[in-house]
Design a protein around this ligand. Structure first.
Ligand code: ACM
Length: 647
């Protein structure tokens, strides 16, 4: 049935495409320079292509000139093997995989803006098949992406065969629960390979070598990531002596005071580097819980011996030592931006995910940087209205937001610009159990990352990109990809698209409890700026509190008031809940307040979906001051409020 559908859709596509010649206007990423000429070139069979290789240094790396001439046909001049390959990818897009037999005469001169154009795959939280990885590599190649970063190890499962430590795959690659969220909510245990019903998997070295070759043929390098010192629960479950307590299921961080840890990591990296010939090895470095090290005798001893003043420096000691080891093998490390804490290892490349500040700091210090900032490049956030999308980790990252990201920021020193290697789309897979779902999360958003990585900024245009992305999505669908339907995008929360008009708009707000640092939105004007929040609490429109909210709005003069209300958001996953109740008080003079309404919550804290609920009252009063107090629920999570409407 599935095949029948595929074949017929290909035939339809063929018929439609054959009707018209298409040229560079379909290309993703947009090429650097295009000249359109009169006429077209028709070919009966596969086109005869004349290839011309240019001496090294004549043209930028990875570049090509592709000419279509009515008489001479197709000529490709290229700088290197990658340039030649990318010229063929361009031809492939213009001919829709060879199904179009007529091309307009044109000349395309093309080269990448950034050398690093990456896609990240998390195979730990949910295991991915080799076929899936190859399929994504094919799609990456189509859009001239050139690095696949594969997150091979994490608490949810170790995924690569390591001969010296067989329990990594004999135990730490398997768990009782298929879904990460069930495993995480449960006891977070591992089970021996072969346990009936166990979920998991790992790649043999032979499979990984095969994947490396497959990618290399498509000019893509695979960068393996082996996490340390945090995110290593699964290793410590298999080899408990590598944790401070010497016991499984106690912590996720390696004991940095223990020499066995270095023996372990170096041996693992030896085997990893033997399989992956990549320039870089990613060593993680993010989100370590450093508290264990403060009370561990061995860690304390290490700090004393090495003169390390705190646990940040202890982590940095490990990263530096491993970095030196990796360099002694002729490779370089990449680490998440936490590797800046406690001192950055010499020659380390920083992958800046918590924002771009870490990356910018590293550039200023003369380090290379890759940008997958969460706000723009974390494809695990939902790409459309959460009510119509599969369950996700939360957040909202539509194609447009990914596309408008500009990696070169004004605060980056121009003389250090060359340290900005490029950008990457990251896809963490906690809520993405199936390969097809992962594919859906990548495409078309990864096309936006591909274009930002390759195209010159002056050639970028959002509306034109959307047009091309719709065409490219159709093409991908015809090739069997599960792609988000851009043409039926719902978009941002309707209420947040237009300013709200009401009596309190622009009025002064007095905070009886202070604004908190983490989610300040636009500070004291947030609740009366007429701006309603969108699908995510991190959009800068929602103000977040880990306390009660208690504010007084001054309407400027006594006036009739018929409505007071504010909308709260609930999202159980990250601990965002409705208030237990909202109390509204009014006052004409601002000194003595009388209660106006008490609105109790009636939304269950158990509902996993994103919810909005207005806490409001209809009234008939005259007042100048309105005090709005939201009591936090017993869940003790965040309160998020965007606007207080008074009418
Ligand atoms: C990360 O997202 N923890 C790198």
């Amino acid at each position: 049935m599935k095949n029948g559908f595929l074949i017929s859709s290909v035939l339809i596509v063929l018929a439609a495409f054959q009707a018209a010649a298409q040229g560079p206007e379909v290309l993703i990423p947009a090429p650097a320079e295009v000249t359109m000429n009169e006429g077209s070139y028709k070919f009966e069979e596969d086109p005869q292509i004349t290839f011309v290789s240019r001496p090294q240094g004549d043209m930028p790396e990875e570049s090509y000139i592709l000419s279509v001439n009515a008489r001479k046909g197709v000529t490709i001049i290229y700088s290197d093997a990658s340039g030649q390959y990318y010229a063929l990818r361009t031809l492939d897009q213009m001919t829709a995989g060879g199904t179009i037999r007529e091309l307009p005469c044109c000349e395309i001169y093309d080269y990448p803006r950034f050398p690093y154009r990456g896609l990240h795959v998390d195979v730990s939280r949910h295991f991915r098949s080799i076929d899936f990885l190859k399929k994504q590599i094919d799609a990456m190649a189509m859009f001239k992406m050139n690095r696949m970063h594969i997150h091979l190890t994490d608490a949810a499962g170790w995924r690569m065969q390591i001969d010296a430590y067989p329990l990594l795959t004999g135990l730490a690659a398997w768990r009782p629960e298929r879904l990460w969220k069930d495993w995480w909510a449960g006891e977070r245990r591992y089970v021996p390979e072969g346990t009936p019903e166990a979920y998991g998997g790992y790649y043999t070295k032979e499979q990984m070598r095969g994947l490396v070759d497959y990618a290399a043929q498509r000019h893509i390098e695979i960068i393996p990531e082996i996490e340390m010192p945090g995110h290593s629960e699964e290793v410590i479950a298999a080899y408990p002596h590598l944790g401070c307590a010497g016991e499984a299921y106690r912590q996720g961080e390696f004991c940095i005071g223990n020499e066995d840890v270095f023996r372990f990591v170096e041996t693992v990296l030896d085997e990893v580097m033997e399989v992956f010939p990549s320039e870089y090895v990613h060593i993680g470095g993010d989100e370590a819980d450093k508290r264990h090290w403060k009370t561990c005798r061995k860690c304390q001893q290490r700090m004393k011996e090495e003169g390390l003043k705190d646990v940040d420096e202890l982590q940095s000691y490990m990263i530096r030592r491993i970095s030196r080891y990796v360099e002694s093998k002729g490779r370089k490390i990449i680490g998440w931006d936490e590797i800046l804490d406690g001192g950055l290892a010499e020659d380390a490349t920083v992958m800046s995910w918590r924002g771009t500040e870490g990356g910018i700091a590293a550039m200023k210090m003369g380090h290379d940087v890759i940008m997958p900032p969460g706000r723009y490049c974390y494809l695990d956030h939902t790409q459309d209205a959460p009510f119509k999308e599969p369950e996700s980790i939360g957040g909202y990252l539509p194609l447009d937001t990914v596309y408008v990201y500009e990696p070169l920021e004004p605060s980056m020193p121009l003389d250090k610009k060359h340290h900005l290697l490029g950008l990457q789309a990251n896809l963490w897979s906690e809520y993405i159990p199936d390969d097809e779902h992962a594919e859906y999360m990548y495409w078309p958003r990864a096309m936006a990352v591909a274009e930002t990585g390759w195209s010159q900024p002056e050639n970028k245009d959002l509306m034109d990109f959307r047009r091309r992305a719709v065409m490219a999505s159709d093409r991908m669908r015809s090739l069997g990809y599960n792609v988000f339907d851009l043409e039926n995008e719902y978009g941002e929360r309707k209420l947040s698209r237009m300013p709200a008009e009401h009596k309190a708009k622009g009025c002064k707000v007095l905070y009886n409890k202070p604004i908190q640092k983490q989610y300040p939105a636009s500070g004291e004007t947030t609740f009366t700026d007429g701006i309603m929040g969108g699908w995510t609490y991190s959009d800068g429109k929602w103000q977040g509190f880990l306390t009660d909210i208690d504010v007084t709005i001054d309407l400027g003069s006594v006036m009739p008031v018929h409505y007071v209300g504010g909308t709260f958001m609930q999202l159980k996953g990250p601990g965002v809940f409705m208030p237990e109740k909202v109390e509204i008080h009014i006052s004409s003079g601002g000194v003595t307040f009388t209660p106006l309404a008490e609105v109790w919550n009636d939304v269950s804290t158990e509902i996993p979906d994103l919810l909005f609920r207005s806490f409001d009252t209809v009234c008939d009063v005259r007042t100048r001051y309105v005090r709005f107090c939201a009591r936090r629920s017993t869940m003790r999570g965040f309160l998020f409020l965007d606007e207080i409407i008074v009418n």
